[in-house]
Design a protein around this ligand. Structure first.
Ligand code: CP3
Length: 382
């Protein structure tokens, strides 16, 4: 049904298989920093006008790929489509971010929550299939969703928040209500991601953008446990291909050991994490189990000049260290032997103020420096 994949570097790295260079894509790579995004958004009138129109969503997903040799595409949508389908009434006020008309703030509202009819999210699955066709096998397509906890933050606060006062009040005052909301969110997110996989997503990512605002203990109970509940329900394969699962927790480096026990292939890290330390604790050894690591350049590096961007990119790649290069088959599985791998990304979404030409520098620097690292690694005796 879809064209064969020409560049599988990203998928191989997700599965901890050796690649010729370190693959790179950027969280929020399609968005306001691109003038062509702003032009299409102008025509569509609103963010949801873009996201719910298959042709617009396809065009916008491909915009960053037309400019840069990125190694993956991520479908243009938003994490808040799921609570919107639950009836919360999503809108994006320009300059103010997302808002819900009906936030979930009391027992009655929590009791009313249900896993939404997936037909209400058909526009997302149609966009996935349309993008996958339009990509024509160029790079793999990533589907995504918010974590149950991150969705709950927006559902209770009704918008973005500085202090998470309302959602944390519910967590501490009525943990029973919070657990009920998180259980519904987890089952909704799992069904939503599985439908994206059926529609053509070749990897899926869970954005736990606000996991890091939780206290130690609360993170494990209210974020990690429900991310695990999502992962437990996800399809591992589709059409004979493995579907890697990425979990990104902003501020999650404190809990790496626990995240290392999640049933997923890749952990995404923000810029506060040391890739060297993450590799040592959860990256695994050659031939053994472990997680591929994704991240973690501070998005603000992109405001510096090209030479400084190149230096910071090299610092991140060097921090991960010599990548695994052994391509021999694993005698147990016949698949290429697994080892530590890195997928280059930012530590959080790209800023809308980023100069687009600086992204070109970043992508080129990742590809060039990571090839050089492999040549050096190969020259060095093992
Ligand atoms: O990465 C991509 O290119 C795919 C598209 C994507 C969007 N949102 C498009 C978008 C993805 C992966 C998201 C995820 C998302 N959405 C997250 C998790 C990632 C993260 O950054 O932590 C979160 C927390 C949201 C919620 C959200 N959506 C906010 C807070 C905002 C407004 C402020 C902002 O950061 O842009 C949005 C709107 C939004 N989602 C825009 C885009 C391109 C901007 C909308 C506009 O044109 O005004």
């Amino acid at each position: 049904m879809f064209a064969p994949l020409q560049n599988d570097t990203f998928l191989r790295a997700c599965l901890r298989q050796a690649t010729d260079y370190t693959p790179v894509w950027l969280m929020r790579q399609a968005g306001r920093y691109l003038p062509e995004y702003r032009a299409t958004r102008e025509r569509a009138g609103s963010f949801m006008g873009l996201a719910t129109n298959v042709d617009h969503a396809t065009e916008i997903t491909l915009q960053p790929l037309a400019r840069y040799p990125l190694d993956a595409a991520i479908v243009f949508s938003d994490i808040l489509t799921v609570p919107d389908a639950m009836g919360l009434g999503l809108s994006f006020v320009p300059g103010e971010g997302p808002a819900f008309a009906h936030p979930v703030r009391n027992e009655a509202a929590v009791t009313r929550l249900e896993v939404p009819d997936l037909d209400k999210l058909r526009y997302v699955f149609d966009a996935v299939t349309s993008v996958r066709k339009a990509l024509n096998g160029r790079v793999p397509l990533i589907g995504f969703a918010g974590s149950p906890w991150t969705l709950a933050c927006y559902m209770v606060e009704g918008a973005g928040s500085d202090d998470y006062r309302l959602v944390k009040t519910m967590l501490y005052a009525r943990p029973d209500l919070m657990h009920r909301m998180l259980a519904v969110n987890a089952d909704a997110v799992a069904a939503y991601l599985n439908a994206q996989i059926d529609a053509g997503a070749q990897a899926v990512m869970i954005f736990d953008s606000w996991g890091g605002v939780l206290a130690d203990g609360a993170f494990q109970t209210f974020s990690l446990a429900y991310t695990a509940r999502v992962l437990g329900q996800l399809k591992r394969e589709h059409g004979g291909q493995r579907i890697p699962r990425i979990v990104f927790t902003k501020g999650g480096a404190l809990w790496l050991d626990e995240m290392g026990r999640l049933d997923c292939e890749v952990l995404g890290l923000d810029w506060t994490a040391s890739l060297a330390r993450a590799r040592a604790s959860v990256g695994g050894a050659a031939g053994g189990p472990g997680k591929a690591l994704q991240g973690n350049l501070d998005p603000n590096v992109l405001f510096a000049q090209p030479a400084q961007i190149r230096a910071e990119v090299a610092r991140v790649l060097d921090s991960f260290g010599a990548p695994h290069v052994d391509r021999s088959p694993d005698p147990a599985t016949g698949l290429p032997v697994a080892g530590p791998t890195h997928i280059f990304n930012l530590g959080h979404g790209i800023s809308q103020h980023t100069p687009p030409e600086h992204v070109a520098v970043l992508v080129d620097a990742v590809h060039a420096h990571s090839r050089q690292l492999r040549r050096q690694g190969a020259a060095r005796p093992a």
